[in-house]
Design a protein around this ligand. Structure first.
Ligand code: PGA
Ligand code: ZN
Length: 411
């Protein structure tokens, strides 16, 4: 059982303070869990506790003075009991009292400690004996929006390596495209524009969506990967929606909701687009649903739309709003609620995308989470920067050791 839980201030990949929870069991076994931090957050997310100066002191206090005493003596293998105790102790809708950064780091640390205590892999501890599959990675190789310094409004241009038999081959194929893209950008704009954005993608000096798509598509073709590697986008459209004028400001022009809808349909016809996240602002669920009806082969996906909260997913299901959902543990604040959300999506044949945040740590936990819960996809940035490669490397390790089948074309 849990002997104590300690809150430790660490830094994330942007150099901002974040929370590490360290769980010590009676047996002496120790495990840690880290809280990541987003930049383009949904307004309905569980909230992290952070002082105006950026410090997470308050969240550390939550762990040290409230969570640790409450969970001392609890069996680490009883994840839902521990998580429900934190939910009760917090008592708010959005973890505002304890802080989702305190609760999610603790929740993850408890799961890892339990896996260690039982001497099983984290993914089998979370998801049972199996069978397990390796998810298809969604690699964000060209950055815009709040994650980059350029004028692109679409936040992420993603490659989706489906035409491979193993995760390793899929990753190597993706890296070939990523390197080709860097060379294309160096030739066209100069080497300075291959500097990396927050999630490891490059950010060339572009402002028009189609120019970015052309670059990515050319990189795919020049690498000989056409037909094997598809394209995805995370628009993160809440960030370029002008609420007062009820208009989208994109590609140096303004678009009405209807014009933006037609724009996406046109792009889906002209590029090998298979994935489109948050195409509209987070309150316009009806437009998600209308778009999904028009582009049936594309997995329209809700991130800010659902914020890993079953309450909002249920509404989406009623409307048939999206074929995909993003699953970010820190958007809801406990592992138990995250698993519940993912399972609800799966039961309804909605594709799941276990995802990192733009501010990450080297904790590879979400790789185990994605494999353990048999997620269709994992979204964890470009194949660069340690906080992104920690997840890819963990999947490579799992694939090598357990010979699990890669989902590939059957995502
Ligand atoms: P965030 O963005 O982690 O900065 O919120 C990631 C995303 O929108 O998918
Ligand atoms: Zn997103």
């Amino acid at each position: 059982s849990i002997a104590r839980i300690q809150g430790i201030e660490i830094i994330d990949s942007r150099g901002n303070p974040t929370v590490r929870a360290k769980v010590t069991l009676e047996s002496g076994i120790k495990a840690t869990g880290d809280a990541p931090s987003g930049a383009s957050k949904g307004t309905r997310e569980a909230v992290e506790i952070r002082d105006p100066n950026g410090s997470v002191r308050g969240a550390l206090n939550s762990i040290n003075y409230y969570i640790s005493p409450a969970l001392t003596g609890v069996d680490s293998r009883n994840q839902s009991y521990a998580d429900n105790m934190m939910i009760e102790l917090d008592g708010t809708e959005n973890k505002a009292r304890l802080g989702a950064n305190a609760t999610i780091s603790t929740s993850i640390a408890i799961a890892k400690a339990a896996a260690k205590a039982m001497d099983v892999e984290i993914f089998t501890y979370i998801g049972g004996a199996g069978p397990h599959y390796i998810p298809v990675p969604l690699l964000n190789i060209l950055n815009g929006g709040l994650h980059a310094g350029n004028m692109l409004k679409i936040q992420e241009f993603i490659i989706v390596p489906v035409g491979f038999d193993t995760f390793k081959e899929a990753l190597l194929g993706s890296i070939a495209v990523y390197k080709t893209l860097k060379n294309l950008v160096t030739e066209k704009y100069g080497k300075i524009y291959t500097a990396l954005g927050d999630e490891g993608g490059i950010s060339p000096p572009l402002s028009v969506t189609e120019d970015a798509l052309d670059l990515v598509y050319t990189a795919i073709k020049n690498s000989g990967m056409e037909g094997k590697i598809m394209i995805g986008m995370d628009a993160a459209a809440s960030d370029f929606y002008n609420e007062k004028k009820q208009i989208y400001e994109i590609d140096n022009v303004t678009k009405t909701t209807q014009q933006l809808m037609d724009f996406y349909v046109d792009l889906a016809n002209r590029y090998p687009l298979v994935y489109l996240e948050d195409p509209f602002e987070e309150n316009d669920i009806k437009s998600f649903s209308e778009l999904q009806g028009k582009i049936k082969d594309v997995i329209v996906t809700g991130d800010d739309l659902y914020t890993t909260n079953i309450k909002y997913l249920k509404r989406g299901m009623e409307l048939g709003a999206t074929k995909g959902v993003i699953v970010k543990p820190n958007q809801i604040g406990t592992l138990t609620e995250t698993i519940e959300f993912l399972n609800l999506a799966k039961e309804n044949s909605i594709k799941t995308v276990v995802s990192h945040r733009s501010g990450e740590t080297e904790d590879g936990f979400i790789a185990d989470l994605a494999v353990g819960l048999n997620s269709n996809f994992i979204k964890t940035g470009a194949p660069s920067r340690g906080e992104r490669t920690s997840k890819y490397n963990r999947i490579l390790e799992i694939e090598e050791e357990y010979s699990l089948k890669y989902r590939g074309n059957k995502y």
